[in-house]
Design a protein around this ligand. Structure first.
Ligand SMILES: Cc1cc2nc3c(=O)[nH]c(=O)nc-3n(C[C@H](O)[C@H](O)[C@H](O)COP(=O)(O)O)c2cc1C
Length: 262
């Protein structure tokens, strides 16, 4: 058969396309597990950065896993705030469960500050302990709508359950330079020592439009807005307030304050 034979051309093209498809599918399948492992490691790294355990220059797997030994994962029943000891936190995927009927809570639009519609009935909470095994920080997984995307991150609280010790996002699709400034270290630093709950344990964070006078102690609940990104800023305010409220981790935080969480 000559090289210009139509049958031969078709046969070679077909064989080549089958070969390439197998190659692409094979690599996608074999790399999937590695991608998932790397994603899980990145989430741990972000949790540790948000809670001030490591700084953002740490990228080595061994260092991240070593630092993560200080973290105890709890499964928390959102409605009651109780720790669900029968749930294996290693297998708990609240992001997935939020979409599963029966496993989720459907939020009334009036309660849905973070604009996320549904949340998992059970979610992880992380306790960061010091070398004397005392809880230094309570870390809550948080998420909510910005302008373009759902922003996923962590909020670290002091053991008083009110004072913010860190905030960070590990996944979002806001515009770099505008809403994407939620990743700016100097903006994130402003959150440290702001007080998320008022005297009656109601959420009170305000992300203002413009700048806050941080030297004024009356501004203990206020953070600067991101310029040109009011919608993202409002989204962060709403999601922080949602997750510390009674519709989010409020019942768990109340139990923690009452000494009912070991
Ligand atoms: C290309 C483009 C990207 C934008 N990205 C964001 C964003 O990530 N977050 C946000 O709040 N606003 C973003 N905006 C601006 C919003 O459309 C809106 O104008 C803005 O939130 C108003 O806030 P301001 O009062 O701070 O200007 C973007 C606008 C454009 C044109």
């Amino acid at each position: 058969m000559g090289n210009d034979n139509v049958k031969k051309i078709l046969l070679v093209s077909f064989s080549l396309s089958i070969f390439c498809s197998v190659l692409v599918c094979g690599s996608a399948i074999s790399l999937k597990e590695l991608q998932q492992t790397n994603k899980a490691l990145d989430i741990k790294r972000n949790l540790l950065i948000s809670s001030g355990v490591i700084n953002s220059s740490v990228t080595e797997k061994e260092k991240i896993l070593k630092a993560y030994e200080r973290v105890t994962e709890l499964a928390v029943d959102i409605n009651s705030g109780s720790v669900a000891d029968d749930v294996d936190t290693k297998k708990l995927d609240a992001r997935k469960l939020a979409k599963v009927a029966g496993e989720n809570i459907v939020l009334n639009s009036g309660d849905d500050l973070a604009k996320i519609k549904t949340i998992s009935k059970v979610s992880k909470v992380y306790l960061v302990k010091n070398s004397s095994n005392q809880v230094e920080k309570i870390v809550l997984p948080i998420h909510g709508k910005g302008l373009w995307s759902t922003m996923y991150g962590f909020l670290a609280l002091a053991p008083d359950t009110k004072t913010i010790k860190g905030l960070g996002f590990y996944e979002h699709g806001e515009t770099p330079g505008l809403g994407g400034e939620i990743d700016n270290p100097s903006w994130k630093k402003q959150w440290v020592n702001k007080v998320a709950l008022d005297g009656k344990n109601n959420p009170q964070i305000v992300v203002v439009k413009g700048q806050v006078d941080h030297s004024d102690s009356a501004n203990y609940n206020k953070v600067d807005g991101l310029s040109g990104a009011t919608i993202t800023s409002n989204g962060v305010q709403a999601l922080v307030n949602f997750w510390v409220s009674d519709n989010g981790f409020g019942p768990f935080l109340a139990k923690y304050r009452n000494g009912e969480v070991l």
